[in-house]
Design a protein around this ligand. Structure first.
Ligand code: CU
Length: 185
């Protein structure tokens, strides 16, 4: 039955190809549809260019989710130094209010987490648990509660050598809510 249909298709196409009739029908149909050879050649080139761009361009945005269980959904944040600006989006997918289960993301050297967290907690809820003007902080988001979303945009050129991390500076959260910043070229 299948071979019979193939023969019919080949016949309908006018037996344009003298060779390879067995595998011809599927390959011939697109060529027969495209009336101009130029159009058929342009399409694959455009597709491959798009693929190349996707591969070469780093993502300059990341999304981190947080929840009522005092967790982020990731323990790594990858940032490409090729980005002039990087945008970090923080979502709180829980339901608890900001003053009970608030979350933010603070990016600093791993070695500075404890001190930055302590100073942030001293700064208090009014300051969203971030010490104003703290130069150890590369970037930080606002503090949000359940159902909210916030974002911060910063330049990766601010990173120096060494090991960076991100954490939540809400009191008591930095132990559970932290992860590594992975910088890529
Ligand atoms: Cu938190």
């Amino acid at each position: 039955m299948k071979a019979y249909l193939s023969l019919i298709t080949a016949a309908a196409l006018g037996l344009a190809a003298c060779s390879g009739q067995q595998s011809a029908p599927a390959a011939q149909e697109p060529a027969a549809t495209a009336s101009t050879p130029a159009a058929a050649e342009t399409a694959p080139e455009t597709a491959s260019e798009a693929a190349d761009n996707t591969a070469a361009t780093p993502s300059c945005e990341a999304v981190i989710e947080s929840n009522d269980q005092m967790r982020y959904d990731t323990d790594t944040l990858t940032i490409s130094k090729q980005c002039d600006e990087f945008t970090l989006v923080l979502k709180h997918v829980g339901q608890m209010p900001k003053m009970a289960m608030g979350h933010n993301v603070v990016i600093t050297r791993t070695a500075d987490i404890a001190a930055v967290a302590k100073d942030g907690q001293s700064a208090g809820a009014d300051k969203e648990f971030v010490k104003a003007g703290d130069e150890r902080i590369v970037a930080h988001t606002g503090l949000i509660g359940g159902g909210e979303e916030t974002r911060v945009t910063f330049s990766p050129s601010q990173f120096g050598d060494g090991d960076y991390s991100f954490f939540c500076s809400f009191p008591g959260h930095e132990g559970m809510m932290r992860g590594k910043v992975v910088l890529t070229d």
